[in-house]
Design a protein around this ligand. Structure first.
Ligand SMILES: [Ca+2]
Ligand SMILES: [Ca+2]
Length: 594
């Protein structure tokens, strides 16, 4: 299903915003240099073998997509040689309507020997080099978490942690103003409050509670589900070597900010901490505009409640290191829940002087369900389960504005610890029904993915990964191997088995995203992007067309991707897109048989 883009105002007011951006000398500027190359790449990409450019675990399902050429067989070669290690038969050709290509599939799952390989099909260029290795996703998983460190607000990134991407402190946010939209008796307009830390949301430097909700939860869920992947991981962040797993240290950086976004006087949570307008293409320390806390909303307050309830249980074992934190989070979650029940329908309304992302969401039943589920799991108070209204809550692939699925993910994971009020059959059935739908798409897909044409919406790569996350839940419930293979296919998709022949993760793969819409990556003067970020991905809306001098190589859904800084509609990065990359890369590594 589709979900609303963050930049609703930007799309509606694209003309005025374009002139604004031109005045700021930022997003509207692209170097234009990739437009010719982009067009050439488009026609070329249809004649290429598409494969996960990182590669596979020895026991992974291993598929590649091959253009519809006369050849009926393929060979697996040792990389850079003509030495054949395997040969197989290509599937019959089928047309994928999302990319308007006729393709065949090569299956080399039986090859399990570690090494570097290329696929060969007569009449085509050999594929990118990829690996089969037991640690093939370790660096990817670490970098996808480290990306959050690179997006930290309120701290200098030192060379010992950030290498050449070191930068001065930006956005201390220790003196931000209560915006008129957020004024209350206790905190009138213009009140100065402190709201430091947190992650920049995306390519911009603002901080939004709604999107922090799903992002922070997804990282916490990755830890709850697969602690063995993270317990000894060293991300080379300032907290490496302390008593906490680095993933939890990184997540805590944002949780500490989120806690400051709750009004201590009533429990309500501010929707965002933001400038009035987007910054230009400048480094964080150069962005000095006034910052505001804007309007309390029901969605922000419920997302906050869900995340704090989750964090309360995840951090409970660390009472010695973080005394009182778990209890403080639980209390914050409970008071947020109470505020939301008194104010059940306060929807975000963008003030006339604010032009940053909206994350507006008018459907709040899913936020209520998710918050209730997490509070129930953490507190074991049956009333929260009843408030969840489980029979009325269906399961769906999660997105920032549609979080029903997160409730079912958590309930399924904790099913053995729930009280008697929980309907175990319903929980299992919700997980299975959604996963079976995704699985039937995967069975029939010419590209062997569960992405369909209608899934190519803003942030489509996160859709692919959130589909994988939901397939993983079904695999964890009943062990049916097809769920895991279909989840693997989604990871393959974002790492190169897609119609653009691109690995969408910066720094990973022979042909990967180079020019993400990410201000630090563009403004730092370093040619390559900061590694570990996943781009939004193809979608045919092209809402940035008026701001881009560069030309999209294609308007076809699965090919409508522009690797240019100007393309906020297909090439921005965002915390809610990186979070499922962390989850899925960990899940595949943890669950694939050794
Ligand atoms: Ca640590
Ligand atoms: Ca919603």
């Amino acid at each position: 299903m589709s979900f609303p883009p963050k930049y609703l105002a930007r799309i509606i007011a694209v003309v005025s915003l374009s002139s604004l951006l031109a005045a700021c000398g930022n997003d509207g500027n692209s170097n234009g240099s990739s437009s010719v190359a982009g067009a050439a790449n488009s026609s070329a990409s249809s004649s290429l073998i598409k494969v996960n450019q990182l590669g596979f675990l020895p026991e992974s399902s291993k598929l590649a997509v091959v253009p519809d050429v006369p050849a009926t067989s393929f060979k697996l070669l040792k990389a850079g040689t003509a030495i054949e290690v395997f040969s197989g038969t290509l599937s019959a050709a089928k047309v994928w309507d999302a990319s308007r290509e006729s393709v065949k599939v090569a299956d080399f799952s039986s090859v399990k020997t570690p090494g570097d390989y290329q696929l060969h099909v007569d009449g085509l260029a050999n594929s990118h080099v990829f690996s089969i290795a037991p640690d093939v996703y370790n660096a990817l998983n670490a970098a996808s978490i480290k990306a959050f460190y690179f997006n930290r607000s309120g701290v200098e990134l030192l060379p010992e942690f950030a290498g050449k991407f070191a930068r001065p402190l930006g956005h201390a946010d220790t003196q931000v103003l209560i915006h008129p939209s957020a004024a209350s008796d206790a905190r009138p307009s213009g009140t100065v409050v402190s709201s430091p830390k947190g992650w920049y949301d995306a390519g911009d430097y603002n901080k939004y509670i709604v999107n922090s909700g799903i992002s922070t939860y997804t990282l916490l869920a990755a830890y709850e589900h697969f602690p063995e992947i993270f317990n000894n991981q060293n991300l080379t962040i300032p907290e490496s070597g302390n008593a906490l797993p680095d993933l939890l240290d990184e997540t805590l950086w944002n949780l500490e900010w989120m806690l400051t976004m709750q009004d201590p006087n009533d429990g309500g949570v501010y929707h965002k901490l933001t400038n009035e307008n987007f910054d230009g293409t400048i480094m964080p320390h150069e962005a000095l505009r006034e910052r505001y806390l804007v309007q309390k909303t029901t969605a922000a307050t419920l997302d906050f409640a869900a995340v704090m309830a989750t964090a309360s249980r995840v951090f409970a074992p660390y009472e010695t290191q973080l005394p009182g934190l778990s209890a403080k989070m639980r209390k914050a979650a409970e008071s947020a829940w109470e505020w939301a029940n008194i104010h059940p329908a306060i929807v975000y309304k963008q003030p006339s002087d604010v032009r940053t992302g909206e994350y507006g969401d008018k459907t709040l039943s899913d936020e209520f369900a998710w918050a209730a589920a997490e509070l129930y799991i953490t507190t074991r108070v049956d009333g929260y389960y009843t408030a969840l209204k489980p029979v009325d809550v269906f399961n769906s692939v999660p997105s920032w504005g549609n979080v029903n699925g997160l409730a079912w993910v958590s309930l399924a994971h904790h099913r053995a610890q729930l009280t008697n009020v929980a309907d175990q059959t319903l929980i299992a059935s919700r997980i299975k029904t959604l996963a079976d739908n995704l699985l039937s798409t995967w069975y029939a897909s010419p590209y062997k993915v569960s992405m369909e044409k209608h899934d190519f919406v803003w942030g489509s790569n996160s859709g692919a990964l959130n589909q994988a996350m939901m397939l993983v839940q079904a695999y964890r419930l009943n062990g049916k191997r097809d769920y895991l293979d279909a989840a693997q296919a989604q990871l393959d998709y974002v790492l190169g088995r897609n119609a653009t022949d691109t690995s969408f993760v910066t720094g990973f793969g022979e042909k990967s995203t180079l020019h993400p819409h990410h201000r630090p990556s563009e403004a730092d003067g370093i040619p390559e992007p900061i590694p570990g970020f996943i781009a939004g991905g193809p979608q045919p809306g092209q809402q940035d067309k008026a701001d881009c001098k560069a030309v999209y190589p294609s308007s076809v859904a699965a090919k409508s991707y522009l690797d240019n800084y100007c393309s906020y509609a297909s090439n921005e990065i965002a915390i809610n897109w990186n979070a499922p990359l962390v989850y899925v890369s960990a899940a595949i590594a943890a669950l694939t048989p050794k």
